[in-house]
Design a binder for this molecule. Structure first.
Ligand code: KIV
Length: 284
């Protein structure tokens, strides 16, 4: 038995109470799960951003339940400590409450995720309440909600006017009341994120929400420089993994072309008398 203790929802609530910053990042595969868990991250999101950064879709809209389930299972096999959240893809909870409970159940029961996340505020409160009542912890996601960005005028900062900002605060309060255990605040002004963080008892995790959130989340591929189609303003790039991999593959191609690979240490051999007999048998 491993003596590493899994982070529980109650541990995340304690962190907010104690003013300890919560760290969160996405992962989509077994090795990524291993790496971010070993680094000591608190929460791993198997985000539907996998559609863009791993599967090459235009946006997150086409992502399916089957894809989320497969990637959630892979990440779970690599993680010992972090709390793992599985994202509910577009149209897996938007049709009916029953559909939302069924699909949350698949990611939780078959995928073995520790919780699920879905996008939307007041409009989604009834689904969140029902999933929580069924026994599955739910992470809310408000502000810029990428699955429905077309309805928000594109990928734009949300809540800049008083009316819009009040709507985002009401979304946060509705989700807290429905039983969500934490909230992602995406692409909203820092001052609005600070007000929400003060108003709700559950932790807020910002992505483009500024420093006053209880924690921060980034997409792994953005912060290690593996996704280069575009980089949002709220991303800090910590490494250039794309270039590291590109250079490694170029070196490998060169080594094969110039017979530098495989070298002696990468090669299996057999005894000389076996070679002689074999060559004789084949007339070589
Ligand atoms: O899918 C995802 O990666 C997300 C983050 C942007 C929070 O929802």
């Amino acid at each position: 038995m491993s003596d590493i203790k899994k982070l529980l929802v109650s541990d995340l609530w304690d962190m907010k109470r104690q003013g300890k910053k919560i760290t969160m990042i996405t992962a989509y595969s077994y090795p990524q799960g291993l790496i971010v868990d070993e680094a000591g991250i608190d929460i791993i999101l198997v985000g539907d951003s996998l559609g863009m950064v791993e599967l090459g879709y235009r946006d997150t809209v086409p992502v399916t339940m089957d894809e989320m389930l497969m990637h959630t299972k892979a990440v779970m096999r690599g993680v010992k400590r972090a709390h793992v959240v599985s994202d509910m893809p577009f149209m897996s909870y938007n049709i009916s409450i029953e559909q939302g409970i069924t699909n949350a159940g698949i990611l939780y029961k078959d995928g073995l995720a520790d919780s699920v996340k879905l996008e939307g505020g007041q409009d989604m409160a009834a689904v969140v309440r029902a999933i929580v009542k069924a026994g599955i912890p739910v992470f809310g996601h408000i502000g810029l909600t990428p699955q429905t960005a077309a309805m928000l005028g594109g990928f734009k900062v949300q809540g800049k006017s008083v009316d819009q900002a009040k709507r985002v605060v009401d979304d946060a309060l509705a989700l807290e009341d429905a039983g969500a255990f934490a909230l992602i605040l995406e692409a909203i002004p820092r001052q609005l994120a600070a007000i929400i963080t003060q108003k709700v008892k559950i932790p807020t995790v910002g992505i483009g929400g500024g420093l006053d959130c209880d924690g921060q989340v980034l997409v792994l591929h953005d912060m290690v420089g593996l996704f280069r189609r575009f980089t949002p303003k709220f991303v800090k790039v910590y490494a250039d993994v794309y270039s590291i991999q590109l250079e490694a593959v170029k070196k490998y191609i060169g080594d094969v072309q110039t017979s530098k690979f495989p070298a002696e240490e990468h090669t299996f051999t057999m005894k000389e008398d076996v070679v002689v007999e074999l060559r004789k048998a084949y007339g070589l």
